[in-house]
Ligand binder design. Structure first.
Ligand SMILES: [Zn+2]
Length: 399
């Protein structure tokens, strides 16, 4: 979809949803409670999934999240399941909503069918505040949380207004909290600069200003370390102490990769948004690019063509590694924060058109990185030319 400039009016002060993350300093007892609640939520997630599957398979019924939520009070009354009551009611509701979200992703986006939640994958639960904001509050270096009371945390920056939700997350090195609230940001003054971006694999991005932003390849850097650790983990006895230790080590590296990646994406997106009035990218269907490729039938339909699996897996991984989706998401919310415009334009012909004279060349294989326009003789770097066309599409749309 192409947004038009009329729709993108800026206001000087904008209300936005903000999320701040902190590390918690729970007592031993609070850690035990967090662990129990997490276990209860995971349990509810898995039985609800089983129940949904059962209803569909046996009766052809697709039960709604509202009907599922309405059955929770009954579960609480069931003998042997009273312990579910210890978890706040809206945290249990949020579990059903989380399950419903994975169903929606399956129905609407073609994601995989919801899976049972493994212990090492299901790591967070949500707390919702009441309307007066009295259940989740912050004072000094303590959060007040429903049913748990005051939990200490490392206060790195102040929460600006009434907290709406808090997500408690278990990481390799302890417990974290993410709180959301409505905050204000002041829009930046309007600028004349606009930039187009060609998001790629060779470079993370090439801008229409001719800047080549290197791909940090965090994953590659840690890959050897990951492989060695994974191998040593596989050799260790299941349930053993050594295996646990190795598994924690592995989690820590994964967390490190995720943090460095996020840090990189944050820096690049902030710089682009602060220096330009509009940031324009191609509307790439990232999902399609990263999907696993199926073997193709040959023209006579008799044999399957060998596809270059290895190469494709590498490309997909690089795309995922580059984190385009997360990056576009950041550009989107930062543009809203600061009164800038983040725009997606259709991806057609951006690599084939000459950005100087508009001459359209034949389809070019990805291996061709540089070319000369047969009409105006301009010399082009493939990605830089594409980013210029991307910006042009948006600017021309304004006239
Ligand atoms: Zn040309």
């Amino acid at each position: 979809m192409i947004a038009t400039i009329e729709k993108l009016e800026t206001e000087t002060v904008v209300s936005v949803n903000k999320t701040f993350h902190y590390k918690l300093k729970p007592t031993k007892n609070q850690e035990i409670i967090f662990g129990q609640w997490l276990g209860t939520c995971r349990y509810l997630y898995n039985v609800s999934l089983e129940y949904r599957k059962y209803l569909y398979a046996q009766k052809g019924v697709n039960i709604s999240k509202f009907d599922l939520i309405n059955e929770i009070p009954e579960v609480k009354k069931t003998e042997g399941f009273e312990w579910i009551k210890q978890v706040p009611a809206n945290t249990l509701q949020a579990v059903i909503e989380r399950l419903d979200n994975s169903y929606q992703r399956f129905f609407k986006l073609g994601a995989g069918f919801p899976k049972f939640a493994q212990k090492n994958k299901y790591k967070s639960f949500l707390l919702k505040n009441n309307s007066s904001g009295s259940e989740i509050k912050v004072s000094g270096n303590r959060f007040k949380l429903p049913k748990i009371g005051h939990v200490k945390f490392f206060n790195s920056r102040p929460v600006e207004s009434k907290i709406k939700t808090a997500t408690i997350r278990k990481e390799a090195d302890g417990w974290y909290i993410s709180v959301t609230f409505v905050g204000n940001v002041e829009a930046l003054p309007l600028l004349d600069n606009n930039v187009g971006l060609d998001l790629g694999v060779k470079y993370f991005a090439v801008t229409s200003d001719g800047e080549y932003i290197d791909n940090p390849r965090h994953y590659n850097k840690y890959q050897d370390e990951l492989r060695i650790l994974q191998r040593s983990l596989d050799r260790k006895k299941k349930g053993g102490n050594n295996r646990n230790k190795a598994s924690i080590k592995l989690d820590k590296i994964h967390q490190k990769i995720a943090n460095t990646r996020k840090d990189f994406l944050n820096k690049v997106s902030t710089k682009l948004i602060s220096e330009n009035q509009s940031v324009v990218v191609e509307d790439l269907r990232i999902k399609n690019l990263t999907k696993k490729s199926k073997p193709k039938l040959s023209d006579d339909g008799k044999t399957y063509l060998k596809n270059n699996r290895k190469q494709k897996a590498g490309l997909s991984k690089s795309i995922l590694d580059a984190g385009w989706g997360m990056f576009c998401n950041m550009l989107d919310y930062k543009s809203k924060w600061f009164g800038r415009w983040f725009v997606k334009v259709p991806a057609q012909y951006t690599s084939r058109d000459c950005s100087n004279c508009n001459f359209r060349t034949e389809e070019m294989p990805l291996t061709i990185r540089e070319w000369q326009c047969p009409q105006c003789n301009s010399f082009h770097n493939r990605d830089e030319n594409a980013s210029k066309n991307i910006l042009k599409k948006w600017l021309e749309d304004q006239n």
